[in-house]
Design a protein around this ligand. Sequence first.
Ligand SMILES: Nc1ncnc2c1ncn2[C@@H]1O[C@H](COP(=O)(O)OP(=O)(O)OP(=O)(O)O)[C@@H](O)[C@H]1O
Ligand SMILES: [Mg+2]
Length: 256
Amino acid sequence: MTSIPLLETVGLRKTYGKNEILKGVDFAIEPGQVKAVLGPSGSGKSTILRLMALLEPVDSGSILLRGREIGVATGRDGRSIPLPERKLARERTDIGMVFQKFNLFAHLDVLHNVILGLTEVHGVSKAEAVDRAERMLERVGMSQRMRHYPSELSGGQQQRVAIARALVLDPSVMLFDEPTSALDPELVNEVLTVMEDLAEQGMTMIVVTHETRFARRVADEVALFDSGVIVEQAPPEQFFTAPEHERTRAFLSHIH
Ligand SMILES: Nc1ncnc2c1ncn2[C@@H]1O[C@H](COP(=O)(O)OP(=O)(O)OP(=O)(O)O)[C@@H](O)[C@H]1O
Ligand SMILES: [Mg+2]
């Protein structure tokens, strides 16, 4: 029996101006799997995450969640049309995203940053939202800082709040775009630890990262992205010690 991927892209294409950034990417992740995505700057890693998170429309190809196409509706002529914003917002709920720059609201304290999506987008009552936020902040080790403002927190703490903010919406999959690369080196581990715990608890995760040790330890598979295509995809041991493709060997020789 073959299982249906939790999240899948089929022939995904995206062009900015004259530059084709994604050249027909087929990518899939199974429930509970962790995939690390590596690749040089400009290869399209952030772009594919933004498309999968429904933050931008695709040019062509499709994104499937549990086998069902998301982000589009069928128009009168039978062709795909973008979903109206309200429906998009609902579909986005299932896909949590964490960015390199945490993007917390500076004028809101930690608790209010985390409950905002619940109360404003999902119409959850304040009391329930606070309850859920408290549990998520506990999970990322930030329950002592609920009344602090982002400017009063370290980068690592802000990123853990950003993770809680995504988790509180109860996503099916979490996408991380270089979640530790804006952090001072001594703060990287506290964020990676939270992510590793999440993975151990069975969260499905796609992680764009330069942290090869993390990829090796936590990922089920590692993918190399280059120039808008996936060059190679393999379990970490094979990917790092016996890659099949010359391009992968060249990339690894640069980062080691
Ligand atoms: N909104 C946009 N408008 C125009 N060009 C864009 C846009 N977003 C991305 N690009 C271009 O698409 C290419 C891929 O960008 P992307 O951010 O996906 O790369 P990346 O692999 O995440 O790189 P990095 O490792 O530096 O984060 C780059 O050349 C970038 O300049
Ligand atoms: Mg990027």
